[in-house]
Design a protein around this ligand. Structure first.
Ligand SMILES: Cc1ncc(C[n+]2csc(CCOP(=O)(O)OP(=O)(O)O)c2C)c(N)n1
Ligand SMILES: [Mg+2]
Length: 379
């Protein structure tokens, strides 16, 4: 995985086993949330060059009224087992720092939606895992007596019943018109000052470090996926890539496509900073990862970007390999080449439908010398 600038790399894991990671939970999916749950704002990632953020427009909005803050504080003070769930609005640097301070004062577990991954680094002992409106996080969230949503935009999740009875404190830039849950208290406006205000007098509750570590281990175990055939499992591919990436001076940013491979990429890539993983969650379009990785590489030319993509997603935007070469973008493309639209294949099987239109003969992308050489990429 040498980061030879100007040469894009195309890597194909050798797995012949189709990806069947149905234990990973479905997040928002194409056609299922779009148009149903409107997103009022889309937060942007920080510009690393000067630390400022396009998100500042949101953070310059007025703070929540003092009476609301007092209500929120007393809700928090009464809680012994709060849990923090981060959403996409929390990705700017000021909010990420404020989240960390508050979470550490409370010594509570923190979960994050896909787009918010890295706001609390994966390696932090209080970060237990992803929140995808699925089963993996249930063990943690169901133990909470207060759920603190921070910058949580409902566009990211599938529309389904909210499973928890604990009161919700919603700290967001705006009150989202359609939500999964009616909050007990909502603080709407600038996030970082609201979090700082909540932190005044905040103390650790009843969670213990051992309990948090066990919950984190349990969540990772629930997302494990062993290879069932010859070759590497999707999880191994991601872990091998992460090991190689750890040798780089700066951890590459990843961009992840829609599909079954997404579950392993998001669960097993060590995300260390806000926007360290780019994903089209919510609308969840295919063919996102490669162009997003190119954009990342052009934005930060010294930093490698990795596109994790399915073969279906890569086929949709194959010409972008040429863009990567011609713009000298430092991009590594890792294709989960299973010869299928696996996520849809799985859904057909779950509904006992005949397999139709979702499988094809696997091409050998990396050994496809004519394609590779004609693009000027490395295999
Ligand atoms: C533009 C677009 N069309 C259709 C879909 C629905 N969809 C979601 S995942 C998927 C299959 C993706 O296949 P592939 O890229 O090979 O990834 P895999 O599931 O095999 O890992 C499809 C068709 C979508 N998300 N976006
Ligand atoms: Mg596929």
């Amino acid at each position: 995985m040498s980061g030879d600038p100007g040469r894009s790399r195309l890597l194909t894991p050798t797995s012949r086993a189709p990806i069947r990671n149905t234990r990973g939970r479905l997040a928002g999916s194409y056609n299922s949330t779009s148009g149903v749950i409107p997103s009022s704002k889309t937060a942007s990632c920080n510009r690393p060059s000067n630390g400022s953020s396009r998100h500042s427009a949101i953070n310059s909005t007025a703070s929540a009224p003092a009476t609301r803050v007092a209500e929120a504080r007393s809700l928090l003070a009464a809680a012994r087992r709060p849990v923090i769930i981060l959403g996409l609005e929390a990705r700017d640097a000021a909010t990420a720092a404020a989240v960390r301070r508050l979470a550490e004062s409370l010594a509570c577990p923190v979960l994050a939606t896909y787009k918010a991954m890295g706001v609390m680094p994966d390696a932090h002992p209080q970060y237990v895992g992803g929140f995808t409106s699925g089963a993996a996080e249930y063990e943690t969230v169901s133990r909470a007596d207060l759920i603190l949503l921070v910058g949580f935009d409902p566009v990211e999740l599938l529309r389904q019943r909210w499973r928890y009875s604990a009161p919700v404190l919603d700290v967001a830039t705006v009150r989202h018109a359609v939500h999964y849950v009616e909050p007990a208290v909502g603080l709407y406006g600038a996030l970082a000052p609201a979090l700082a205000a909540l932190g005044v007098g905040a103390r650790p509750g009843d969670w213990t470090p051992d309990e948090l570590a066990a919950l984190k281990r349990g969540m990772r175990a629930a997302l494990r996926y062993e290879s069932r055939g010859p070759g590497l499992s999707p999880q191994q591919v991601v872990e091998i890539a992460a090991e190689a990436a750890a040798q780089r001076p700066a951890l590459p940013r990843i961009a992840v496509d829609a599909g079954a491979h997404m579950f392993s990429a998001m669960a097993f890539w060590p995300c260390a900073e806000p926007c360290g993983a780019l994903i089209s969650n919510g609308l969840a379009t295919m063919a996102f990862a490669l162009p997003a990785a190119i954009a990342s590489a052009l934005h930060e030319p010294a930093r490698t970007a990795i596109a994790f993509t399915g073969d279906g997603g890569l086929f949709m935007c194959l010409a972008e390999l040429s863009t990567a070469v011609q713009t000298a973008a430092r991009v590594v493309t890792i294709v989960f080449n299973d010869g299928a639209l696996s996520l849809i294949d799985i859904k057909q099987q779950q509904r006992r439908l005949p397999t139709r239109g979702v499988r094809w003969d696997r091409p050998d992308f990396a050994a496809g010398e004519q394609l590779r050489d004609s693009l000027g990429a490395l295999g």
